[in-house]
Design a protein around this ligand. Structure first.
Ligand SMILES: Nc1ncnc2c1ncn2[C@@H]1O[C@H](COP(=O)(O)OP(=O)(O)OP(=O)(O)O)[C@@H](O)[C@H]1O
Ligand SMILES: [Mg+2]
Length: 236
């Protein structure tokens, strides 16, 4: 079973009299353990694709299946539940709550899904350890670097049992060295069973992908398969 599957997906925006095909006839799939990178110029449909995969927006035509659920059949409430329990988001702009500790930030989706505070905090500490921030849970976002903040956002995206991470230009506001560290971390998470769908303008990030999808004006122009992505763990 694919973790994410798009079949002939269209998303059309209408503004005034004009129609914009943000996605047109898109077919795509991502399997467990895969890092799929979506590239394309500004306005090519990257954010639209990730939003639909995460149930934040809906396709106008075609079928989207995530972890065995056909999203078109789910209610808004069921989609919201899926976002709390199965799918994590990471954005370009750091999106941590400044008044909460790192541990509290990471625990938020679990607490939102009804996990008790103690269990949520303990899962948050485990997720922070997975992203290399063991023991830093008591700090606040403004006490760590931008790259570390992005690690926290990734910890929040994978906390608990979430298996799909949707990352919209997660390295866009980082320097290139820190960006590489973040890509290596995402690669490792995939090598341990997560699935990541990531948009980027930066060709260097595509080196870490199993598959690179090129969008142009909402259409899937080309797919590159990579047998040996950069950063893949040797023991696999
Ligand atoms: N809510 C909306 N209403 C109307 N048009 C929209 C809306 N969201 C996106 N679009 C249009 O859909 C197209 C795809 O937008 P999208 O944001 O997915 O592109 P993108 O590849 O993420 O661009 P960028 O690299 O600038 O982030 C663009 O033409 C955009 O103007
Ligand atoms: Mg975008």
């Amino acid at each position: 079973m694919s973790v994410v599957q798009f079949e002939a997906v269209d998303r059309i925006f209408r503004s005034g009299g004009a129609e914009v095909g943000a996605l047109v006839g898109v077919n795509l799939q991502a399997e467990r353990g895969e890092l799929v990178v979506v590239m394309g110029a500004s306005g090519s449909g990257k954010t639209t694709l990730l939003s639909i995969a995460g149930g934040l927006d809906r396709a106008d035509r075609g079928r989207v299946t995530v972890l065995g659920e056909e999203l078109g059949r789910l209610s808004e409430r069921q989609l919201a539940r899926m976002r709390l329990t199965a799918v994590g988001f990471v954005f370009q702009e750091l999106n941590l709550l400044a008044e909460l500790t790192l541990e509290e930030n990471v625990a938020l989706p679990l607490e939102g899904a009804g996990t008790g505070r103690h269990a949520a905090r303990s899962a948050a500490r485990a997720a922070l350890a997975r992203v290399g921030l063991d023991g830093m849970g008591r700090r606040f976002p403004d006490e760590i670097s931008g790259g570390q903040q992005q690690r926290v956002a990734i910890a929040r995206a994978v906390v608990g049992d979430r298996r799909l991470v949707l990352a919209d230009e997660p390295t866009g506001s980082l320097d290139s060295e820190t960006g590489v560290e973040i890509m290596k971390l995402l690669r490792t998470l995939c090598d341990n069973g997560a699935t990541v769908l990531l948009s980027t303008h930066n060709p260097a990030n595509a080196e870490f992908a199993d598959r690179v999808v090129h969008l142009r004006d909402g259409r899937l122009e080309r797919i590159e398969e990579r047998a040996a992505p950069a950063g893949r763990e040797a023991a696999r």
